[in-house]
Design a protein around this ligand. Structure first.
Ligand SMILES: Cc1cc2nc3c(=O)[nH]c(=O)nc-3n(C[C@H](O)[C@H](O)[C@H](O)COP(=O)(O)OP(=O)(O)OC[C@H]3O[C@@H](n4cnc5c(N)ncnc54)[C@H](O)[C@@H]3O)c2cc1C
Length: 454
């Protein structure tokens, strides 16, 4: 590739071809998927991005957008080489509009930085992926990220009021803004959300904010039987209470995290735990926590630990947020899936984990967002062949679909799950997506090879 034109657009200091940079941007958090770009570029605004895309489109060079690089399915991995376009310099919070409860941000803003900034003004941006301290808002939009509070507050898509993006052919387009309603034509914003960087590069985002809940209580609840924990989850919703968090964590995930953090919180006879947060007005939170505690005990919880103290809550959150890291440290090889099923079916899926684990001699560790049925599953193996992994994933995904679920609740398809998309979508459904891609990107230069092959 001739770099002269790229250097003319961005300046030499923002164009990288050195070995260390190329290596760093060859993968995301799914370290098995490794493809080097030819060049890494770091533009500072939409005009530079537009010029790069016009150039790449003319020369038919692949361009892969990248936010924080925390994705788990290879979405930001430049599978066809070319230009890796990092959004890290577009990292400004442009406005926090208290009157309209809207934040206007650039895509490279780190999710946790936005959350902290709005909290200073007693405002709340609810989407809360466990990777919040390193993922970007742009990446969150592109994957439609969820997180621990989706059960009450929804996912990223529920907070996007407007976007600006650059098309693969270089036009800069704006949709929506500081408005809560908009029925003008197709909902293009929702098409860009979850498009995994294949339809456009997001350069500005208008996000809905809420008022920060006054008070929170966190419950940590061990169970000796997974069925009791699963039953508790839907019993809580039946009672009319909607907790802000309902997480399920299996004993093995807790053990590994205890080891990583050198801390002891597990119960010797527990098989699984629920982590439940109730938020809102203090008097309601206290009342609802008692009701939820009773529901847990009625469903044969071993104990209910009630954490009112915020530093105690932070220590529990530290455990939850370090589970992935703890499993990564332990596992030689792993496949991560984030299937989402109706929450009433979770115990059936866990039974299938047990069957698959025995049949194929692999370890399966699970945890995640039980309140919305989005269970993160780590399949751990030593020297298993690719064919065997494919058999395992196909079996699990078929069960997920049979239970009325989706093969990914929040991580996306990327490269890792591309071959399984046809398990849940027929040819026509995939063809519609391909036609949409062609309208936006006639030369297939933007993040080619993701979600499906053209
Ligand atoms: C420890 C850990 C915990 C996690 N927990 C959660 C969780 O609770 N919930 C959850 O949903 N996910 C979770 N994830 C996955 C990941 O953090 C999310 O998918 C996140 O949204 C990715 O954001 P990113 O900025 O890192 O994007 P990247 O990994 O850089 O990119 C992801 C995709 O977005 C595209 N993209 C990035 N920026 C733009 C842009 N400006 N315009 C267009 N396309 C763009 C890329 O091309 C790619 O396809 C977790 C990951 C880790 C490692």
């Amino acid at each position: 590739m001739d770099l002269k034109e790229i250097i003319d657009i961005l300046g030499k200091e923002n164009v990288f071809i050195d070995e260390d940079t190329i290596k760093k941007y060859s993968h995301d958090e799914n370290s098995k998927l490794n493809f080097p770009p030819e060049v890494v570029v770091k533009p500072k605004n939409k005009y530079e991005i537009s010029s790069i895309l016009k150039f790449a489109n003319m020369k038919k060079i692949p361009v892969t957008p990248r936010g924080g690089g925390t994705g788990l399915c290879g979405g930001a991995v430049p599978i066809h080489g070319g230009i890796l376009l990092s959004l890290e310099r577009l990292n400004k919070i442009l406005e926090i509009d208290k009157e309209n409860l809207v934040a206007v941000v650039e895509p490279g803003v780190i999710t946790q930085d936005l959350k902290k900034e709005v909290e200073k003004q007693k405002l709340f941006y609810p989407p809360d992926p466990a990777s919040a301290d390193s993922c970007s808002i742009g990446g969150n939009l592109a994957t439609c990220a969820g997180g621990v509070r989706a059960v009450k507050y929804g996912t990223t898509k529920d907070y996007v009021l407007g976007i600006e993006f650059v098309t693969p052919t270089g036009e800069i387009l704006n949709y929506g803004g500081k408005i809560l309603k908009n029925s003008a034509g197709y909902q293009i914003i929702n098409l860009i959300i979850g498009s995994e960087g294949t339809l456009g590069i997001i350069t500005k985002i208008f996000l809905k904010l809420l008022l920060l809940p006054e008070y929170k209580i966190l419950l940590f609840v061990p169970y000796s039987d997974i069925n009791d924990a699963c039953k508790t989850v839907y019993k809580i919703f039946e009672s009319g209470i909607v907790p802000s968090v309902v997480e399920l964590i299996d004993q093995r995930a807790i053990e590994l995290t205890e080891k990583l953090l050198k801390r002891n919180i597990s119960y010797s006879n527990a098989k699984v735990y629920l982590l439940i947060e109730i938020d809102g007005k203090q008097e309601n939170v206290e009342k609802y926590s008692q009701i939820v505690g009773s529901i847990c005990m009625n469903e044969r919880a071993i104990d209910v630990i009630v954490c009112e103290d915020y530093s105690q809550q932070e220590r529990l959150w530290e455990v939850r947020k370090n589970i992935s890291e703890a499993i990564k440290n332990y596992a030689k090889n792993q496949e991560i899936i984030d299937a989402c099923i109706p929450r009433s079916e979770i115990y059936k899926l866990v039974n299938v984990f047990n069957e698959v684990s025995k049949e194929y001699d692999v370890e399966i560790i699970y945890f995640g967002h039980a309140g919305d049925g989005n269970i993160h599953t780590h399949i751990i193996f030593d020297n298993t062949s690719n064919e065997k992994i494919e058999l395992i994933l196909t079996k699990l995904f078929n069960k997920v679909i049979e239970l009325g679920g989706t093969i990914t609740g929040e991580h996306g398809i990327g490269i890792a799950k591309k071959k399984y998309l046809s398990l849940m979508m027929n040819d026509k459904q995939i063809q519609i997506m391909k036609e949409i891609k062609k309208v936006f990107d006639p030369n297939n230069i933007l993040n080619p090879g993701k979600i499906f092959d053209l």
